[in-house]
Design a protein. Structure first.
Length: 214
């Protein structure tokens, strides 16, 4: 599949590397075509890179791995026409680091980053996924032993299914993929990032995840 990964940070590069290893044609998107993190990633992985618009135009599926507070700006640069009708998997978190660490959570007016994106790009098929864990665990769930979950939500059931299929190829089992239904569920999953930070500081590792017992 042709996949655009928008974001040249650790998350975008990790997801992009995994997707290339699975045989996808990945284009990593950035504000600039010559971003060194992106060109280095392309040389290392055999993937392509370009601007946000180049990547989004090339992708059949879009992954948003930009900062949650700049995601609408990044996606605007990607171009609404390049997002229309496509599954847009949003892994962002709305964190404000301006006051230092730990960051504060910003609740966007729409209720969550994912809903903010959906509102700005109504023709995109937004699915929130993966943002409640570290990027290494996103693409290799076996790093965490035992039962643990990945949450997905979105208003388009077929887009959630496309996302779940991709997650299965990452190694997520069906019993780990918790489909929470509508995109408004992101109002609950995005704030988990603050708990994640506290737990990480306490247990001293990023190789952990949330598990739902019921
Ligand atoms: N770190 C993790 O393991 C983890 C886990 C779960 C969720 N997340 C979330 O995943 C997302 C990506 O995290 P990250 O640490 O990999 O990267 P990041 O530093 O949060 O974001 C990097 C990307 O944001 C773009 N960007 C920065 N300012 C921008 C602006 N004003 N307008 C448009 N684009 C802008 C950058 O563009 P350029 O390429 O041009 O520099 C870059 O591509 C974040 O939302 C984060 O909260 C992270």
């Amino acid at each position: 599949m042709k996949i655009a990964v928008l974001g040249t940070g650790e998350v975008g590069r990790t997801l992009g590397r995994k997707l290339v290893s699975l045989g996808h044609e990945v284009t990593l998107g950035s504000r600039t075509a010559d971003n060194p993190a992106a060109t280095g990633w392309a040389a290392e992985t055999g993937g392509a890179c370009g601007t946000f618009a180049d990547a989004a135009a090339a992708g059949e599926v879009i992954v948003n791995a930009t900062g949650g507070l700049v995601s609408v700006a990044a996606l605007t640069a990607a171009g609404a026409a390049n997002l229309a009708g496509k599954v847009l998997i949003d892994v962002s978190n709305p964190l404000d680091f301006s006051g230092g660490f730990p960051p504060k959570l910003v609740v966007p007016p729409a209720g969550s980053c994912a809903e903010e994106i959906q509102q700005a790009f109504p023709e995109a098929r937004v699915v929130k996924a993966l943002q409640s864990m570290n990027n290494a665990v996103m693409v290799d769930p076996a790093r965490v032993p035992g039962h643990h979950n990945v949450f997905i939500c979105g208003d388009d059931p077929s887009a959630r299914e496309v996302t779940a299929d991709l997650l299965r190829t990452f190694g997520w089992r069906d019993d780990q993929i918790l489909d929470l239904g509508p995109l408004s569920a992101a109002r609950g999953t995005e704030p988990l990032v603050l708990l994640w930070i506290s737990v990480s500081n306490t247990v001293g590792t990023a190789d952990f995840n949330f598990a739902i017992a019921h």
